[in-house]
Design a protein around this ligand. Structure first.
Ligand code: G3I
Length: 446
């Protein structure tokens, strides 16, 4: 029996609410709230965030590797298999075998996929390296169109452009054959990706953009600000966050995350690894993401130290033999107990009409969607003591709840604060109706 059918059978057998929580990576503690026991489940319980990993197709036959992958993560990024040299080794001849293997493994287990990457100065096949000018611009457009079309409906987020800024310290673009086709190459890449897959979220991804004071960070910030002001389609910014001895976790990292978020884009931590995996830095990164509502998830750049592109530095959450490191426990603990998400910074000039006394506002944010269930989070404003009612459409059923006190009467959820803050969430099984979504029917301040 393969792993997928094992999992499906196991899901079908798990009929009690407690059993369902265990299957989803939750430990049910008698008389207390449930605590997630895997990275993916605990991140999902924090407003539907993801906790992902880079995956190499060549390791999918290693059961020690897939055991951890399948248990711990709810998102994947192909480490090399979607890069230009892998997907278009000869001009206009596309090769998707290894990328498809990863996508099918991930989606078969309900994980989301970050596509990486459509346009990059590095990992170009020889034919592309030798192109310039209009021929290169057209080849880039064709590549993005073909690859994003192939993965349409399967990739949730694309790193459309990777590493386009220089390390010169002046916030300028990196010199590359793509840059030499004209400064508009990045926005052309984003518009092309949007046309090929209108539903995918489109990200700009880079390294050394973690420190808010760094010229490179400011250069990327200005580009995103410019794109948002001119309507260039960009949805998210990825901070790779490869923290090493020479580029350590900066104390203003949270400011970087919240500043990008305030531009109206989501923020992802896309390639996290930290030399020698210090618990404090891993905890800080996790708490910083949890503190920014638009920080939608964290991806570590590999599972075990032996899987890392810099394995000599032991930068990941699992030992080479698959054991959980102290940093793993720190991250899981932070995900389960960390600070509550804050609302995004209100842009200057936004209306800030307070709700009338005695009332409050509850707004829904859709979360992760799987084949058979989806997450919803609700944020209450205008009161700290409140009762919110939410209508569910039968035959859908709420199975898991977090960060508030719930009374579940079938199609009506009644929710009150339990000291966890003003954002709560729940998982709804679709039970065959995939279109209905929960509605807030009341918010009363008390
Ligand atoms: O698979 C071949 C193997 O058959 C061959 O014998 C061997 C000898 O050269 O090469 C193997 O391929 C290597 C591949 O990793 C798989 O291990 C490539 O040479 C090597 O260049 C490639 O390195 C990857 C690197 O990107 C390429 O730029 C790393 O795995 C990958 O982790 C790294 O990821 C990047 C992100 O895409 C962008 N951000 C930085 C990050 C780290 O450099």
């Amino acid at each position: 029996m393969n792993r997928r059918s094992t999992r499906l059978k196991r899901s079908a057998l798990v009929l009690s609410a407690a059993g369902m929580l265990v299957a989803a990576g939750f430990a049910v503690l008698p008389g207390s709230a449930s605590a997630a026991t895997t990275l993916g489940a605990s991140a999902a319980a924090r407003d539907g965030r993801f906790f992902g990993t880079a995956v190499a197709a060549s390791r999918l036959s290693d059961t020690a590797y897939t055991t951890i992958l399948d248990r711990e993560f709810n998102a994947v990024t192909p480490e090399n298999e979607m890069k230009i040299d892998a997907t278009e080794p000869n001009q206009n001849q596309f090769s998707y075998t290894n990328a498809d293997r990863i996508v099918s493994h991930a989606r078969g287990l309900g994980m989301q996929v970050r596509g990486h990457t459509l346009a990059w100065h590095s990992q170009q096949p020889g034919w592309m390296q030798s192109l310039s000018g209009t021929a290169l611009r057209n080849a880039m457009i064709n590549h993005i169109t073909q690859v994003a079309t192939h993965f349409r409906g399967q990739v949730t987020w694309w790193d459309v452009v990777n590493e386009a800024y220089s390390d010169a310290g002046d916030g300028s673009r990196r010199d590359s054959n793509l840059q030499r086709t004209g400064n508009d190459w990045i926005e052309v890449a984003f518009r092309t990706a949007r046309a090929a897959d209108p539903d995918a979220k489109l990200c700009y991804n880079d390294y050394n953009t973690d420190n808010w004071s760094a010229a490179k960070t400011q250069g990327v910030y200005r580009m995103v600000q410019d794109f948002k002001s001119r309507g260039v389609p960009i949805d998210c910014v990825g901070l790779q966050s490869h923290f090493t001895g020479g580029s350590s976790y900066p104390s203003n990292y949270r400011t970087t995350l919240s500043s990008f978020a305030a531009l109206g884009v989501d923020v992802h931590i896309t390639e996290l690894d930290i030399t020698n995996a210090p618990t404090a830095a891993y905890t800080n990164v996790t708490n910083d993401c949890l503190a920014v509502a638009r920080c939608k998830g964290i991806t570590v750049w590999g599972i075990r130290d032996s899987d890392s592109w810099r394995s000599g530095e032991s930068p990941l959450l699992f030992t080479s033999s698959g054991g959980k490191k102290a940093a793993y426990t720190s991250v899981l603990t932070a995900l389960n107990n960390g600070t509550s998400p804050t609302s995004p910074t209100t842009p200057p000039g936004s209306p800030t009409t307070p709700p009338p006394a005695g009332s409050c506002t509850a707004s829904i944010t859709p979360g992760t969607v799987w084949g058979d269930r989806y997450n919803t989070s609700v944020t209450v404003s205008g009161a700290t003591s409140w009762t919110v009612t939410v209508a569910i459409t039968s035959p859908q059923q709420v199975t898991t709840t977090w960060s508030a006190a719930f009374t579940n009467a079938g199609t009506t959820l009644t929710v009150k604060p339990n000291g966890s803050g003003n954002t709560f969430g729940f998982t709804t099984m679709t039970n065959g109706n995939s279109s209905a979504r929960p509605r807030v029917t009341g918010c009363t301040a008390s």
